[in-house]
Ligand binder design. Sequence first.
Ligand SMILES: Cc1ncc(COP(=O)(O)O)c(C=O)c1O
Length: 361
Amino acid sequence: MVKKPIYVTQSSLAPLEEYMELLKGVWERGILTHNGPLVQQLEGDISTKLGINNFVAVSNGTIAIQMAIKALELKGEIITTPFTWIATVSAIKWEGCTPVFCDIDPETLNIDASKIENLITDKTVAIIPVHVFGNACDVESIEAIARRHNLKVIYDAAHAIGSTFKGQSLLNWGDISATSLHATKLLNTAEGGGCITDSYELNEKLKRIRFFGHDNQKNIVEDGFNGKLTEIHAALGIANMKYYDRVLEDRKEKYIYYKNSLSNFSKISFQEIKFGECNYSYFPVIFETEEALLITEKKLNELHIFPRRYFYPSVNTYTDIVEYQSTPISENISKRILCLPLYLQLKKEEIDLIIEVILSA
Ligand SMILES: Cc1ncc(COP(=O)(O)O)c(C=O)c1O
């Protein structure tokens, strides 16, 4: 049994003194929010680090998706994946659109691009795929479909900071990418997120939407709301940014270690990385049956190790919130998938123990 419980993840945090140093500046300036200097610095730092044009920092990843929908003025059906966190779908619904579920590829666990076109109707306005666990979607096929049918694409890139496709940030794909800087993400501001787009006009519009719809003269010119990130959160992001490369490297090392140790074991399988380079931010394993997963989870829990059933259940089955549409692959995989602990502070002995329990269970 481990002394302290091991959860699926732990936030990566810069040394407290470095964060406090940035906070001193906030106290001196007395500026806590409203696109302050630290928010602007964080946006610049993230853009430079990832090689993206712009990053509009917002208060969380869910708002980032909503703002993307709002900026593109979408009204109608949006094709998305059921194998995601509820936030993808709640953002669609909060913007008055209707989610239409497209089943997933059983290997990549991302939306199956070959099934999208069958779901397009005269009400379809956009596709919102998710780069699940940082694993790139088939972005080229999705772009080709969107072009053929004149649809917008918003990527839910909540997991995708640090992932690349053909050597460039995955966040460069789509009309807009929406990411998360939540406490559990590779780079975090406790709560936070961002919108990324190549379009100058959309970028400016997103900034107005974030700030109640104000233009530079304080006229209300958009149907906006409050999506602002605070200076306190931005300071944490800037402090954490210094350790981002280390965090990224560490995830990859541990991911490979887990995978090498478990890959001879025929009773579990892994998410396939077919497109681009993943950020390895999660380590999901897929069991042969839900029963096998439950037995393993129980044994781990007895040792105070708490992996997470993520994503479970498949979002199309939340019938209080959405109309059920059958997506058998997502429904089946979501019952059999478990994300194992993976974070900077996780020790090799702890990973060895987790592997041992899985193999013996
Ligand atoms: C796939 C996905 N989309 C959207 C979100 C929402 O992000 P946030 O928690 O920053 O609102 C999450 C949260 O983890 C997520 O996993």
